[in-house]
Ligand binder design. Structure first.
Ligand code: DC
Length: 255
């Protein structure tokens, strides 16, 4: 899902910082195309900190995982054979996955119909990692993501291959990591907060399997991109991670 950056009224418009009662904020100059990539495994808090960073510094936010999830939902809902790569790519391509940027947050569309409500369901989550290993599907997604970046050239783009494959010339690249046990614990906390049961041992096994599957595939594997700033979020709060990202962007984007 793509989120348009929220308007932040207290921010100076021209890449400067202003003092607020709570923190000193930074915004990328409005006329400056800027791509920031954030990659890393599941459970590092990537999505929420990426979204928050984009909002703070005045960029749009692209959640590329949502695109792979949309593909998985299409495969299930249209009864496509999960072993038939050609049929999968053809069906997903026909959906013309894109975003309605007039909504806030923007809505993900397949065949011009919103699909957001479906993409976090358990059956989708169960098949998305193997599906994301299909080379031709990845090529299709990479093309789509670059088109989005052309249309929205001020972007924080989050995923697994954004700094390594999709935007190797990004202005700033990040790789977020965290201890697998910490990631499993965070997932368990989320589930419990939703009133659902959580088996931490099973969650840990699931996370380790997803890490293995995402990092060993041939096409677009999860890797730490060359030149990326690596942040271990194991012992950091969400606010600390966002602040660290913002500080790195501030010093790396010469004003
Ligand atoms: O970040 P997420 O959990 O929403 O991602 C869903 C799946 O998509 C996950 O298995 C990794 C995969 N993915 C990918 O292979 N490449 C991306 N750029 C983004 C996500």
């Amino acid at each position: 899902m793509v989120h348009r950056a929220a308007t932040i009224p207290h921010l100076a418009p021209e890449g400067r910082t202003t003092l607020t009662p709570t923190h000193r904020a930074f915004i990328v100059p409005p006329d400056r195309p800027t791509i920031i990539t954030i990659d890393g495994p599941a459970g590092t808090g990537k999505s929420s900190v990426s979204r928050e960073l984009a909002s703070r510094i005045g960029l749009d936010f692209l959640d590329t995982g949502a695109m792979y999830r949309a593909a998985a939902a299409i495969v299930i809902d249209y009864g496509i054979d999960q072993t038939d790569d050609e049929a999968i790519v053809a069906k997903v391509a026909s959906a013309d996955l894109h975003f309605d940027w007039t909504a806030d947050p923007p809505t993900m569309l397949a065949w011009d119909t919103p699909i957001d409500h479906r993409i976090r369901d358990a059956d989708v989550t169960a098949i998305v990692s193997p599906l994301a290993g299909i080379g031709r599907l990845r090529e299709h997604m990479v093309r789509k993501q670059r088109i989005i970046a052309n249309q929205h050239p001020r972007l924080v783009s989050e995923g697994r291959d954004q700094g390594s494959i999709v935007f190797p010339d990004a202005d700033v690249k990040f790789y977020l990591d965290a201890d697998a046990r910490v990631r499993a614990g965070r997932r368990a906390d989320q589930l419990r907060a939703d009133g659902r049961p959580a088996d931490e041992a099973a969650l840990l096994a699931d996370i380790l399997e997803r890490d293995r599957s995402d990092s060993t595939r041939t096409d677009g594997p999860l890797v730490c991109p060359e030149g990326a700033v690596v942040i271990d979020t194991s012992h950091l709060t969400r606010e600390q991670v966002v602040q660290r990202l913002e500080d790195e962007v501030r010093v790396r984007i010469a004003l």
